[in-house]
Design a protein around this ligand. Sequence first.
Ligand SMILES: [Zn+2]
Length: 388
Amino acid sequence: MADLSPSIRYLRDMIAIPSVNPMGRDDLPSEITGEQAMAEHVAHELSRLGMDAALVGRGGRTSVVAEATAQAGAQTLLIASHLDTVPVDGMVIDPFDPVIEGDHLLGRGSCDTKAGMAALLEALDRVLERGRLGRNIIIVGEADEELGSQGVADVLAHLGSRRPDWALATEPTELRLINAHKGVVHARICARGRACHSSNPSNGQNAIVLLARAILSIEQSAKVFARKPHPTLGAATLSIGIVSGGQAPNIVPDEAQIWVDRRTLPGEDPASVRAEIEASLAEAGVSAEVVVESCSEEKPPLETPVDSVATCATAGALESVGLSPACGHVAFGTDAGVFARAGIPGVVLGPGSIDVAHTSREFVPISEVEIMVRIFERLLEGEGPSAV
Ligand SMILES: [Zn+2]
């Protein structure tokens, strides 16, 4: 394996360190969950490159932040690559034993998104070694991207009032520049009735029946906003993913609930989604008994202008390695949206395909990781003269 490039060696080391996001489950072995070991490993690698790395977060949900300064007045670029992976149930390869087959490196997190951090480490090594850093940089390996983005919250708290000029989040985009995606809001909607013996249902109020009216009305509202698509991202969507309620066939239920997954467009947020659902409940005549219990943003939408510093700089770096500088969009949410919500405009770019992320045979093309190293080199060097 002596002929492997540094980025691929970094990547193999990281795949071998499990960093599974527990995703709210309690049935996963503690040896493979949490980002602590990955964060410590990345911090160690960054400090070997001469950067001071801080660990933030708690409860094993650890993120890493490291900074390097180019010169006064230089732009500050934040590059984020999440440390967590999805769980490994049903995988047909050993998730933590990186194997190379042709141009593919297999393993959990290979493309989503340890390859991003691996490429970044090699690029940092090269650029710092040459003394060619042209932008101030904040390197972030964040925890919990796959669920609640607690890692970004911890990183932003660590930065205090400081805000970098722009951000790049690595995710598997097949090296396409992404400047827009929808956001994700999850809402829990509860119906409250009055329980009684089912032999005399008129003595109670059936929460499931109340909820059924609410469901039909919410579905109807989804059809309305589906007719107003965003020019790039298409229509917002709504899906009712979980329904639960009742205790026994012979009890009129006093409680029932649904979970709604709402894919949001730029301009929408949890408050607007909540207002929309509450309007549906009022329309159905059940707003007294059916309430929006929680409505939270899992990932905000992203819409960074095509002429922004973030898109232009990234497009230039792509062009310099012979790739298309065109902006595109993806269907999934990313932490770039979370940074954007905090006032840091950003883009998404990385090796590998979302089609194999989260799958039983996740892999990343080695050739794409190696191209990503060169893209990062250009981004780290900034606008200065290119390296020889
Ligand atoms: Zn990811």
